[in-house]
Design a protein around this ligand. Structure first.
Ligand code: AHM
Ligand code: MG
Length: 340
């Protein structure tokens, strides 16, 4: 339908806020700020291939501006947009050792903190594969009127108010979740707005794709190897073998898992007993989002969202995606008796 009305991210979040008489609109404003930062990041990501023409990182371009590494630019952009936001009291980022608690009178009265990985999968920039920004929004637990504290950032995922990602792929999309559901917005470049393109996303209950860095197999334990054997087993009547897809960019692998169904894993192995991915700004936001879409996320023992964080940058193993596939994987990895 050519005349179908475009619904922008702003229009959508305001409409959603109206469903809750007590909502103040602060969360919508914060999502707008995150989308603004991601549009700025998107602009730089789209120029990444021209780096030899526009100047190498660290060099000065013709306008006299210093070219920045994209992950540094993304981090600085998110921090400065959120520092200027009326609704963000502080941030924590993969790129910073410690949380940043904004110390100005506006921020003292702001209700939310945001944790993010500004440019996840940045090693994929050189090969033009999708990369992304991941974000998690918590309501502060410390009293208003003062700077936020560490405990505001060390909340379990089950306390998240909203979370999501922006994928810089063949198109740029923002996908975010609140407790009531998951919606996807595609950036319409001609008007510079994210427009609703994927309403009420549900992760299919079953899938046909498993996603893991199988090159690490020599370091996996027998239970996990048994599950990978199950994925590869020839059982046509049960839809196996599954296809294997692994981009090595969590946002891209998760976006496919969300839309098409499947399982994404970054397990513990003998050299990384806690896995690789970070709980607070990679696994929790993805777990919150996949649960809101009807999927499941586990660390192999329990729900990712129930882990009580003790450090900002802690890691966790993760098994995430379609409900029936993750539950099957957990039968193998969580319970020795089922291993053949
Ligand atoms: P990064 O935060 O340093 O970019 O690393 C995280 C990325 C994820 O996007 C991806 O799932 C994973 O690392 C891939 O790791 P590996 O190359 O070990 O398979
Ligand atoms: Mg990362």
């Amino acid at each position: 339908m050519a005349s179908r009305k475009l619904i922008t991210l702003d229009e959508f979040t305001i409409e959603e806020t109206r469903k809750f008489p007590k909502a103040t609109g602060e969360l919508s404003a914060l999502l707008r700020d995150i989308s603004l930062a991601s549009k700025m990041i998107n602009k730089q990501v789209r120029k990444a291939g021209l780096v030899d023409i526009l100047g190498k990182h660290g060099a000065t371009n013709v306008q006299g501006e210093e070219q920045m590494k994209l992950d540094v630019y993304s981090n600085d952009t998110l921090i400065s947009v959120l520092k200027n936001s009326a609704d963000c009291a502080g941030v924590a980022s993969e790129e910073n050792d410690n949380e940043l608690c904004f110390d100005d009178s506006f921020s003292h009265d702001s209700k939310y903190v945001v944790l993010f990985d500004p440019l996840d999968g940045s090693s994929n920039i050189d090969v033009n594969a999708p990369i992304g920004t991941i974000f998690a929004i918590y309501r502060r637990v410390s009293p208003l009127g003062k700077p936020v504290t560490k405990e505001d950032f060390l909340q379990p995922g089950n306390k998240l108010m909203a979370a999501g990602y922006v994928i810089y792929g063949s198109s740029t999309m923002m996908v975010y979740a609140t407790r009531i559901g998951v919606n996807g917005f595609t950036l319409e470049p001609s008007i510079g707005e994210f427009c609703l393109s994927h309403p009420d996303i549900k992760c299919p209950e079953k899938g046909k794709i498993y996603s893991v860095n199988q090159g690490n197999s020599a370091k996996y334990d027998d239970r996990l190897l048994a599950y990978l054997g199950y994925c590869m087993e020839n059982k046509k009547e049960e839809g196996r073998p599954y296809s294997h897809r692994y981009i090595g960019s969590m946002v891209a692998d998760m976006h496919r898992t969300l839309i098409k169904g499947g399982i994404f894993m970054y397990p513990a192995d003998s050299s990384s007993p806690k896995g690789k991915l970070r709980l607070q700004y990679e696994c929790n936001p993805m777990a919150f989002l996949i649960e809101a879409a009807g999927g499941v996320a586990s660390d192999g023992k329990g729900n990712i969202l129930d882990i009580i964080p003790t450090e900002l940058h802690q890691r966790t193993p993760i098994f995430i995606g379609s409900k029936s596939m993750v539950n099957k994987a957990l039968e193998f990895v969580a319970n020795k008796e089922t291993v053949v």
